[in-house]
Write a protein that binds this ligand. Structure first.
Ligand SMILES: C[S@@+](CC[C@H](N)C(=O)[O-])C[C@H]1O[C@@H](n2cnc3c(N)ncnc32)[C@H](O)[C@@H]1O
Length: 208
């Protein structure tokens, strides 16, 4: 059986940036609103680096993580082309256990099987510093059940719901949770999409 990242390595093997080189719209706008001063930002499941490089251009110190070597290679190439620095780490988010935290985390369209999604939510909360900020966008189930054709995994079970986010993240930290229907124009994601957009602050005092 091929390693799971081989799917992404194959997708990213061509020179073309399959999700484009412009940042995701929500990340770009949310960063203006919520990341106004330079921060240490982690881009988890960074793909080919479009968000990581954009955030570095805005003055943030960016760490970009993905398990696809090809994606990280293109992230470094894009960073070099744009004259910014992005630290890249090859890791599987289901196992990664860094020994530091970040001020903010960005996640876009990192979809895992349902049995593994909780591991991602736990990781996000472990690696955010107290008071740190999460900015995320995922496709929601309607992307499949209502016939949107703008991308995302074929399996409806891999989509993310607002209820699931409310279940896993402390309600007090929820700054924004939006059932969105953006017009996507980001390479393979093209056309109207069904997404959930999430902005969450980690508690200032970590719970025991
Ligand atoms: C749809 S792409 C999105 C890439 C990027 N966030 C963007 O929006 O352009 C999903 C990314 O998640 C990465 N990914 C999926 N499962 C992963 C895992 N278990 N560990 C690390 N990266 C993973 C893939 O390699 C791929 O780069």
């Amino acid at each position: 059986m091929p390693k799971p990242s081989s799917f992404w390595d194959e997708r990213f093997a061509a020179d073309e940036y399959v999700y484009g080189v412009q940042p995701n719209d929500f990340v770009r706008d949310a960063a203006v609103t919520w990341l106004s001063s330079p921060q240490a930002v982690l881009d988890l499941g960074c793909g080919e680096g479009r968000n990581a490089v954009h955030l570095a251009q805005q003055g943030h110190t960016v760490t970009a993580v993905d398990y696809s070597a090809e994606g990280l290679h293109k992230t470094r190439r894009l960073a070099e082309r744009e004259g910014v620095s992005v630290d890249t780490i090859q890791a599987d988010v289901r196992e990664w256990a860094p020994d530091r935290t970040w001020d903010a985390i960005v996640v876009t369209f990192l979809h895992l099987p349902p049995s593994e999604q909780a591991q991602l939510y736990d990781l996000l909360q472990r690696v955010l510093r107290p008071g740190g900020l999460l900015i995320a966008e995922w496709f929601r189930p309607e992307q499949r059940t209502e016939g949107y054709t703008s991308g995302g995994p074929p399996d409806v079970e891999m989509m993310v719901t607002a209820d699931e986010l409310r279940e896993h993240f402390d309600a007090e930290g929820i700054e924004r949770i939006e059932i969105a229907e953006p017009m996507l124009d980001e390479g393979m994601h093209k056309g109207r999409g069904a997404t959930v957009r999430f902005v969450w602050y980690s508690p200032e005092q970590p719970s025991d």
